[in-house]
Design a binder for this molecule. Sequence first.
Ligand code: NDP
Length: 329
Amino acid sequence: MTFKAIYIDKAEDQYQCRLTELQDSDLPAGEVTIDVEYSTLNYKDGLAITGASPVVRRFPMVPGIDFSGVVESGQHPDFQPGQRVLINGWGLGEKYWGGLAQKATVPGKWLLPVPENMSAYDVMAVGTAGYTAMLCVMALEKYGITPGSGPVLVTGANGGVGSFAIAFLAKLGYHVVASTGRTEEAERLQKLGAQEIVDRQTLSEPGRPLGKELWAAAIDTVGSHTLANVCASTIYGGVVAACGLAQGMDLPASVAPFILRGVTLTGIDSVMCPMPLRQTAWENIARLTDRIMLDNISMLIGMNDVIETAQQLLDGKVKGRVVVDVNRF
Ligand code: NDP
C-alpha cells in the first residue's frame, strides 16, 4: 500500500522538500496508525518546508506539527479503530513524522479524541494556533485577569494565534486591542472581536523601560522589541503571556515592569504541554468556537499548494489559518 506525503530530505547537504508517494512500510514504527484527514500550516511548518530555519532535527522528515484523522489500527486501550482523534506538537514535524501525509503513526498517549461537537476539519481549523491562543488565555486567567481587569492587547493580530486569541477573548467578554502591521485588515479584526486596532510599528522599535500604562494583559506572538514594549506598557499587576517570536527570538527589555509594576511575564509552550492542560484547553475551545469564527479565520488548501503557501506564510502574506486537506491534490 502507498500514501502521499510532503517529504523533506537532506541528501549531500541539499535541502529538498517535495510531495511524494511513500510505502506503508516507510512509516516509522508507532503504537497507533491514523488515516490522516486534515493537517495545517503553522509558522514552524513554514520554516521546516522552506528550510529557512533548522527546525527539522532528523531526515528524512514529514512536516506537519498537528493533524486530525481516524484511527486505522493500533494497540492503545483508549483509541479504537474508527475513532476520530487529534494531535498537536510533541515534536511532530521536527523529530517525528508529522501530519502532512495521508498516514501517520504515533504513540497513543499523545492523542486526544476530537470533541463531540467538532469535526476533523473544525479541530484543524483551530489547530495548534488556536490551541496555543487558548493556552495563553488560560494563563492570563490563572494569574487573575478577568474582563473587568481592563483591555487586553494581542500582537501579531492577523496571524493564526493572534486571530484566535482575539476571537476567544472577545467571546469571553474582554475588551481586545489588536496590534497589526496590516491595518488595512482592521475590518477583519473587528469582525473577530477587536475593539481597538494599533499599528505594530508603535511597538516594534526600541522603547523606554517603562511607558504609559495601556493594557491589563497581553498575548504576545512577536517577541523582541515588541514584547519589551508590551511589558513596559502593562498596568500595575498586569500579566503578559509570551508565545511567539515573529519579530525575533531576542528580548531587549529591562526589569522595570516586573520590579516596579509587579507585571508577570508567563511563557507558553504548546509542544510539550502536559496532557491535563491540553484537555482543558480543548474543552474550552469546543465550548467557545463557532462556525462563523472558524470560517472567518481559516482557509482550506490541498497538498499541491502546501509548498508555495508555506513560503507565503513566512512572507507574512497569509491571513489567519491554513488547513490542509491531505486527501485533496
Ligand atoms: P503567523 O505567521 O500566522 O502569524 C504571525 C504574525 O506575526 C503575522 O501575521 C504578523 O501579524 C506578525 N508579524 C510577522 N512578522 C512580524 C515582524 N517582523 N514584526 C512584528 N510582527 C510580525 O504565525 P502563528 O500565528 O501561527 O504563530 C505566531 C508565533 O507564535 C510564531 O512565532 C510561532 O512560531 C509561535 N508559536 C508558538 C507556539 C508555542 O507553543 N509557543 C505555538 C504556535 C506558534 P500582523 O500582520 O497582524 O502584524
